[in-house]
Design a protein around this ligand. Sequence first.
Ligand code: ADP
Length: 406
Amino acid sequence: MLGMIAILVLMVSGFFAFVVFPSASLSSETAVREYTRLLAANSPNLESARKISQVAHVEVRYEGPGEEWATSTALPSIEQVREGRMRTSLGRHFYLENAPNGGTYLVVWNFADQMHATHVRLLWMLLALIAFVVLTTYWIQKWHLRPVEALSAGMTRISGGDLDVTLPVLGQDELARLTTGFNYMVSRVKQMIVARDQLLLDVSHELRSPLTRMKVALSLLPTNAEKAGMNSDVNEMETMIAELLELERLRSPNGLRREKQDLVPILREVARSFEGRPPGVWVAANCKPVLVSLDGDKIRRLLRNLLENAFKYSFPDSLPIELSAQQADGTIVVRVRDDGAGIPGSQMSSIFEPFFRVDPSRSKKSGGYGLGLSICKRITEAHGGTIEAQNNHGRGASFIVTFQVT
Ligand code: ADP
């Protein structure tokens, strides 16, 4: 937009400088030269020259036998002009004319003064024109780019996880085709995600019975190292399936049993359950009760998952994990801050996806399936809240859960 304004101003200035100004100057110059000739032929005295000066916007000097006068003290002498010491400049012209009595008249025509008022008027008109052109162009451009604005808003919603986006298709041009393509793409992605979730749910359900049968069969085997290994594998599978089913259950809107309660005792209770594990955990909640309508069991699960991760990814020399709750501006912010490995910036937006692990080998060692944070996200969203992760300035990561006070 600024570039467009600059080009317009340059074009108009160029037009005035190279077309309007020279042609106006040329035609006026011929008229003034003729006027000077007439003036000299009439041999005016100082008084009549002053009158002429006021009416015609010219200054006159006369130097002749026995008489010398000038309508302005700022005029150069005739000799200076004759010797070429006073040069005609843009907007200031000098004309010399001999009078019949042997004297000489110098007429100075100040084109710039004369044109000043006209220029000021033109300038204002021009600025108004530029403003009109710029505003009209801006409005037309904005009107044409409505689909792009809608697409950008749609993208923002999708990147925030909202796939219920259908953009209105305006017109029939390329942008309309792009919008149609975008809507189709979103609906396909949504179908694929629904199909993936359904598949996970079905597989989890189907695996429960064979797993139970395996557990029964295992319990009948004699106790040995192999049985212990198989037991641990079966338990691992059972935990994963339980987490997957819980993830699906949390999707249902009636999955919560909410009641108004103080969040701080829940924080303390969950923190106590990790007592004795290095690097330790402390609750930094303010003393006032933080009342909020929530499902206590689900919030305990959420906090346990976040704390479990904070412990898992802490180093032996890490500072104790900090758990805090603060109420401000109609929201309650729960924060779990650790001094551990932190999260690579590029992975930050993916860690809440099911089965996502930053470093599969590291998580495998520490026993994670990449489901913990997706459960946290579902629990938070079921409460109408948001969850985000940030790396701390020094070391480690913070998970911030925000609930509205209802
Ligand atoms: P997992 O059960 O594998 O830990 P999560 O869903 O809980 O799965 O976490 C997903 C990934 O996010 C983890 O694999 C880990 O790389 C990363 N992550 C989660 N919490 C932390 C944390 N506090 N510090 C560093 N990385 C973390």
